[in-house]
Write a protein that binds this ligand. Structure first.
Ligand code: MN
Length: 451
């Protein structure tokens, strides 16, 4: 049985910025929904978000899985930025949802736009922000309250289109009738608190009016950034519905490109004046800011004399940190395909040192008990390869024990949901159980494969 999905989106320039670099995609036929928040000087941010969404839609229409479609979108933006100097360094966030099964919405995510699940009275942030302040919060160096008002809260640590590869987070989401999924740019989530988002979405059953009300709320709170909200509502299941197989060209939907009321001058035109404050930047540890070149040679020389030893010292320090990071640090998490994987290094990398795969396994989260699955999702760290391997062995034993246990119980009577729902963590609100439903068909899907 297919859950019908009813979706609508609204984007708005907000009250402070001149242009709208956000964009959205609602394609009912492909059952594909996305929000993108572009960055870059002049009009490059708009180009980045629009390019990414076009490439995403074409790739999904051609039958590619969602994570591959994001990789293709990454390439499209990156190529454009390297071909055209005025687009250099542009990038975008991208948070997309693709219905891949009757009730399974696969969320793929890069950056600090967000996906929320609103179920009954509860709201859950599905995606992790790839932002500097969120990483500091995760490390316990900043409280969420401090992060919410931090001056550097718009610096993102991962973006689409800034390099020739990108790490993508995947979150499988098993939907229930009445669920709402909200995809939004940080212009909404940084201005409107989660409980208020939940209240608005619950008050307006119509996705279009809900999206409008969310944007209004962000504007009323100050509208400091471009605001985009996509609201997806899961209806009551339909017998024998067509299922959205990606095929030919979906003419019906086009990426909604957020534009201000006035189209504004062309990229590169002088009428733009000095490019307004670039509202976000990707944190790039390697990039040393060039000094202002006001005063010719002497200044340059002074900089060189100063900078070269500093850079040498920094280089040695980075190398030392890297050696340490790789010698004594191992961690276990899901790779993008959902396999339990042992990595060498520090999760998320340390300065220039990215973790490398030490050992891949065939074990997936689905085979594990809920607690073990959550444990892996929480990213366990170890100080030696042996300890990490012992841990994987325990996971394997755990999976084996679980397989033995479930093979003795009767098979579930539900059909389409069994493959995705066995062993999902049960977080159903009291009283919302579906009559006659299998006891294992509720709750959000397995935890995210990364971070
Ligand atoms: Mn933004």
């Amino acid at each position: 049985m297919t859950l019908p999905l009813d979706a609508a989106a609204v984007t708005d320039v907000g009250r402070v910025r001149d242009g709208n670099e956000d964009a959205f995609l609602v394609d009912d036929r492909l059952r594909l929904f996305a929000v993108a928040d572009g960055m870059g000087g002049h009009r490059a941010g708009e180009v980045a978000s629009a390019t990414a969404l076009e490439a995403l839609r074409a790739a999904v229409a051609a039958g590619r899985p969602i994570d591959e479609a994001l990789e293709i979108a990454n390439e499209a933006v990156y190529e454009k930025s390297t071909d055209d100097p005025s687009m250099a360094g542009m990038g975008t966030t991208l948070t997309a949802g693709l219905a891949v099964d009757d009730d399974l919405l696969m969320i793929a995510h890069v950056g600090d736009s967000r996906a929320y699940l609103v179920r009954d009275a509860a709201i859950e942030q599905v995606t992790d922000d790839h932002s500097l302040v969120e990483e500091l919060v995760r490390d316990g160096r900043l409280t969420p309250e401090q992060a919410a008002v931090h001056p550097q809260r718009s610096i993102i640590t991962r973006a689409l289109g800034v390099a020739d590869g990108v790490e993508i987070d995947l979150y499988p989401l098993v939907l229930e009738p009445g669920d709402r999924v909200v995809l939004c740019s940080d212009g909404l989530s940084s201005m409107v608190r989660d409980p208020v988002i939940a209240r608005i979405v619950r008050r307006e059953p119509d996705p279009n009016r809900a999206a409008e009300a969310l944007v209004d709320a962000a504007n009323e709170a100050g509208g400091e950034d471009n605001i985009t909200a996509v609201v997806i509502r899961a209806g009551e299941p339909v017998e024998g519905a067509s299922g959205a197989g990606p095929a030919a060209v979906p003419d019906g939907a086009e990426p909604g490109e957020g534009r201000g009321a006035d189209a504004g001058p062309e990229p590169g035109s002088a009428a733009d004046g000095p490019a307004g404050p670039v509202h976000r930047a990707v944190a790039e540890p390697a990039a040393a800011a060039a000094p202002p070149r006001r005063n010719g040679r002497r200044r340059a020389w002074r900089f060189t004399r100063f900078a070269v030893p500093v850079l040498l010292i920094v280089g040695v320090a980075v190398a030392a940190v890297g050696l340490y990071a790789r010698r004594f640090n191992f961690f276990v998490k899901y790779d993008t395909a959902g396999h339990v994987t042992v990595y060498r290094g520090v999760p998320g990398g340390l300065f220039l040192w990215s973790p490398t795969v030490e050992r891949r396994t065939t074990l997936t989260g689905r085979a594990l008990t809920p607690s073990a699955r959550q444990d892996v999702a929480d990213v366990r760290r170890f100080s030696s390869a042996d300890e990490a391997n012992d841990y994987v062995k325990r996971l394997r034993d755990d999976a084996r024990a679980r397989a033995a246990a479930t093979s003795t119980t009767t098979t579930s009577t539900t059909t389409s949901t069994t493959s995705t729902s066995t062993g999902t963590t049960s977080t159903t609100a009291p009283g919302s159980a579906v009559p006659g439903g299998s006891p294992t068909t509720t709750g959000p899907a397995a935890p995210p494969p990364t971070r």
